[in-house]
Design a protein around this ligand. Structure first.
Ligand SMILES: Cc1cc2nc3c(=O)[nH]c(=O)nc-3n(C[C@H](O)[C@H](O)[C@H](O)COP(=O)(O)OP(=O)(O)OC[C@H]3O[C@@H](n4cnc5c(N)ncnc54)[C@H](O)[C@@H]3O)c2cc1C
Length: 479
């Protein structure tokens, strides 16, 4: 006899675990199934984000930035350090501790919200008038499989890294984001294929720790989806930091052996090149993960790219089966997965959960950080929308000078007639935090004048946001 729940969530990444919590808050009985194992074989809820994504990458970015500051920037503050050395094992262990704290936090939240957690893989078994049957195969080999019956099922099975055709990840020499977070010795020469968010973040970590990093990007434009003023500034800064970035690079072949990895590639001029490196990170995007779901058992439809097909409200083609996060269309971002999880739980109880795709912030946690919300200038031009632009450099911001980090700027784009904010783009210190003000403003459909009239603390980096809003009307105060 199957154990019955109002909601069964398959996957405990940021989409799944947050959906489970919201459903439980709304008074539903909830089960959440997740197969992720920690090094000891125990449960490690949190998905890609917690285990091999957002959280460990930010831990390494912070540690490596601290190291770089100690090596190159503390002297500017009058702080002298004698023999500086890197304890990479300790640095990696700290990252693992941060991950574990997050895993444990989710286990605590499941208990607090009375969510039944199953450490195993979930697959569809059948569907009937009584509900949807899901079979759990426990991770522990000595435990029997279990059947659960859900009135609703939420699929939140996430995504996997995309490999180069014919080049499998071995996580020793050819690394996905997983292996890239745990290299035991700083490689002298590190190759990165793909100059997207993950490639740039991981490339930055290992460059700061001492690797000579070369990034090969297939597209002709650097960060093509980013506002091009920001992308140009970023490319300049990254080159100055020592990241070697080659655009229009076509990968012809990858060979690995005891001597390391050779990447044969063709450059923008059509000349054959060879990149010799000790390790290669391949970060060319991610693919939805529906492996092991047994989607066919309930007739769950996938789209042509392998994502679970959903409507705007995350409904699949199967009644009462929903799907959220990386396994469905839309940006592969943890906070997008979370928002969809909350909205689906609310829709299940008849509320009107809502996700505004126009105000989802994007962040690249390099140094300087890059963050944006809304439309880019190139998108507005393409759409023929009349707009006004204003920007303000951190160079003219007192707090940035005090920090010793004056790279970058804040840029506003507002409707030419109504002044409604259409996009905000930031490259600079803690852009990831500064962008929240723009998200709130856009959620409330504020005008650039609204931000320009709001009192911002002095001295603070957020004054650059206010000044950029003032710049839309060409009336900056400090420039
Ligand atoms: C290196 C890196 C850095 C990133 N940094 C950021 C960042 O800074 N900010 C950001 O917003 N996003 C970031 N992302 C993206 C982010 O991690 C994903 O968008 C997010 O994890 C998606 O959440 P999800 O819940 O959809 O899926 P996931 O987090 O992938 O979770 C899916 C879970 O489902 C489990 N599962 C799969 N199939 C089954 C099954 N059949 N039965 C049981 N369990 C199953 C998996 O084991 C996993 O635990 C990063 C990604 C990477 C790789």
């Amino acid at each position: 006899m199957a154990t019955q729940f109002d909601v069964i969530v398959i996957g405990a990444g940021p989409g799944g675990y947050v959906a489970a919590i919201r459903a439980a808050q709304l008074g539903l009985t909830v089960a959440c199934i997740d197969q992720w194992k920690n090094a000891k074989g125990g449960p490690a809820p949190g998905g890609t984000c917690t285990n091999i994504g957002c959280i460990p990458s930010k831990a390494l970015l912070q540690s490596s930035e601290n190291y770089e500051h100690a090596r190159h920037h503390f002297a500017d503050h009058g702080i002298k350090i004698g023999d500086l050395s890197l304890d990479l094992a300790r640095l990696l262990a700290r990252k693992d501790t941060v991950v574990k704290q997050n895993n444990d936090g989710i286990i605590y939240l499941f208990k607090k919200n009375k969510i039944a957690f199953f450490h195993g893989s979930g697959s569809f078994a059948a569907r009937s008038d009584a509900g949807v049957e899901v079979e759990v195969t426990p991770v522990a080999a000595d435990k029997p499989a279990e059947k659960l019956l859900g009135r609703h099922v939420i699929v939140a099975t996430g995504s996997d890294p995309r490999a180069l055709p014919g080049v499998a990840f071995d996580e020793k020499l050819i690394l996905s984001n997983d292996g890239a977070l745990s290299i035991a010795n700083v490689p002298a020469r590190l190759g990165v294929v793909g100059a997207g968010v993950i490639g740039l973040e991981m490339g930055s970590v290992w460059r700061r720790l001492g690797a000579d990093v070369t990034v090969l990007e297939a597209l002709p434009a650097f960060l093509g989806a980013v506002d091009q003023d920001v992308a140009k500034e970023a490319q300049k800064v990254f080159a100055r930091q020592g990241l070697k970035i080659h655009l229009s690079a076509k990968i012809d072949g990858v060979k690995s052996g005891s001597g390391g990895v050779t990447v044969n590639w063709t450059d923008a001029k059509g000349t054959a090149q060879a990149l010799e490196c000790d390790r290669l990170i391949v970060s060319i995007g991610r693919v939805p993960n529906t492996r092991g779901l047994n989607a066919a058992a309930v007739g769950l439809a996938l789209d042509e790219r392998g994502f679970v097909a959903v409507d705007n409200d995350c409904r699949t083609n199967v009644p009462n089966v929903w799907a959220i996060g990386d396994v469905v269309r839309g940006p592969m971002l943890a906070h997008k997965a979370e928002e969809e999880g909350v909205a689906v739980a609310e829709r299940i109880v008849g509320q009107h959960g809502h996700v505004n795709f126009n105000t989802i912030p994007w962040v690249i946690y390099t140094s300087p950080e890059i963050a944006w919300v809304g439309q880019t200038e190139q998108q507005l031009k393409q759409a023929g929308r009349a707009y006004k632009a204003g920007s303000f450099p951190f160079m003219a911001n007192g707090r940035a000078r005090a920090l010793g980090d004056t790279t970058g700027f804040v840029k506003f784009l507002a409707d030419a007639t109504t002044d409604e904010i259409l996009g905000v783009h930031i490259i600079g210190p803690v852009a990831s935090e500064l962008i929240s003000e723009a998200v709130v403003a856009m959620e409330f459909r504020a005008s650039s004048e609204d931000i320009a009239r709001i009192c911002h603390a002095h001295p603070s980096l957020s004054e650059a946001t206010k000044e950029a809003a003032l710049a839309v009307e060409k009336r900056t105060l400090n420039l």
